[in-house]
Structure formats: C-alpha cells, structure tokens
Design a protein. Structure first.
Length: 254
C-alpha cells in the first residue's frame, strides 16, 4: 500500500484468485507461462523511470522460486521484510481464524503449537500439523534465506525490519527509498509525512486517502512469513521480450 503511493512505483494488475498478488513463481501459476505473467503489468517505455513491482507472499518458502526468478529476472532486487518469528506465527494463526479455518477456530494457538491436545485432536491431526507447519516454518529465516542467498548475491537483497515498518513507517520508507540500487533519474524520494499518520482509534499507522484514513494492512507484512514474506524485487527489462510488451518490472514483493 505504501509503495503504491509513490509516483514512480506501479504494481501489477490484480488477479481473480490472488487479488493483488501474482504468485507466478509458485507451482500454482508458473505453468501459465511468461506471457501470462507479463500481461499482469502495465506497458512502460524503456526511457520511463517507472518502477514496476509485485508482491507475492508465498515466494519466500517456495523451494523453486529463487531459481525461477533468477532465470527470468537475474538482476532483480529482493526486499525481504521480517518480523519476530513468534509474532509471525501468531499472526498467521489469527489470519486463518479470520478466514474461518475450522481447525484454527477449534483449537487454541497453544494447542496448535503443541501438535494437538484435547478431545478430538487425533481426528484433526493432519490439519493441525499442516497449520502448525504454516505457522512455524516460514519463520525459520535461516533455512529459507540460505536458499535465497545461494541463488542471489547479498547485494541484490534488502532486509527490512517489519517492526519498524509498523511503528515508524515514515522514517523507514525514507531509508528504504534511498537504499534502492537505481540511478539518479529514478531516485525521487517521496516524503511520506502528511501521507501516513497514526490512528489512535485503530492503533496503527494509516494511509491518508482523499482526506480519510485508510488502514494499512501491515504493508504485506504478515510477511516474511507465509502470509507474507515481503520480497520486493527490482526487475530489469527482459531483453528477449519485444518492446511492445516489455515492462520495466522493477519490484516484486513476496
């Protein structure tokens, strides 16, 4: 949500099933091909300073995603937003409760972490284990970052503190913009002061939109987790794509 406010950043079109995420580099959509993926992005000229980006929550834990991205977009910049693994795990549990997961609504967070306790747990064990894995595995940052670092150099990866993104987004967004590896023609730094403010009523920072507050949903931050690991990829134009359909894909978020 924050990046979409910047005049140089343009996101992909929404999809029917995944909404603002493309999830292209996961197994669910990769078979649809490069043309399907590129058609999700606006056409921008090669002399345009627009930074096109996408975010997809499940890239971080998808074993095949790093190499697939490297093959298609070798010079991409990855922006990974991390939060405390315990907070991430509980956030995912609450996310599943919000979406009426039967097992999340039936068992407490503690019961899920313990692998199922209480009456009837044995019947639901497969679902309990599946939810427990989804809560805990994405927070194993060492495991997943090692895979990304074996594919991309550290110079192409930006780590963002998700806690600061929630508590002090204006300062963090300023630092984030200045850290991106773009040339001076693309380095217009947007001052988010006045665009983002803390809402006492909602208890979090919100984006001001036409005089109203619009809650920022953690900026994809249920992230480096499986509901969100943010990865923002800065993608260079693809040399083998014709100019008519070649976007300056400059950022992807997972």
């Amino acid at each position: 949500m924050y990046l979409k406010m910047h005049p140089l950043f343009v996101a992909n079109k929404e999809t029917t099933r995944e909404h603002e995420e493309t999830q292209f580099f996961t197994n669910n959509y990769y078979h649809l091909g490069v043309d399907w993926y590129l058609n999700l992005f606006p056409i921008v000229g090669t002399n345009n300073n627009t930074i096109v980006f996408e975010k997809s929550a499940n890239y971080f834990t998808e074993p095949k995603a790093p190499q697939r991205i490297k093959t298609l977009l070798p010079n991409v910049t990855l922006v990974i937003i991390t939060i405390d693994p315990a907070e991430r795990a509980y956030s995912w549990y609450q996310h599943m409760r919000y979406h009426n997961s039967s097992v999340a609504n039936k068992y407490s967070f503690y019961q899920i972490l313990m692998g199922g306790t209480g009456k009837g747990a044995s019947v639901d064990m497969d679902e309990i284990v599946r939810l427990r894995t989804r809560c805990l595995d994405p927070g194993n940052y060492f495991k997943h970052l090692r895979r990304w670092l074996s594919t991309f150099p550290l110079s192409q990866i930006r780590l963002v503190d998700g806690t600061r993104l929630k508590t002090n987004p204006i300062a963090l967004l300023d630092e984030f913009q200045r850290s991106l590896p773009f040339d001076d023609t693309q380095r217009d730094v947007l001052n988010y002061t006045g665009l983002v403010e803390f809402s006492q009523q909602k208890g979090q920072y919100c984006v001001r939109e036409r005089g109203k507050n619009k809650t920022s949903s953690g900026l994809n931050m249920i992230c480096i987790n499986c509901y969100h690991l943010p990865l923002s990829l800065s993608l260079e134009p693809l040399s083998f794509i014709t100019p008519l359909i070649r976007p300056n894909i400059d950022s992807i978020t997972m």
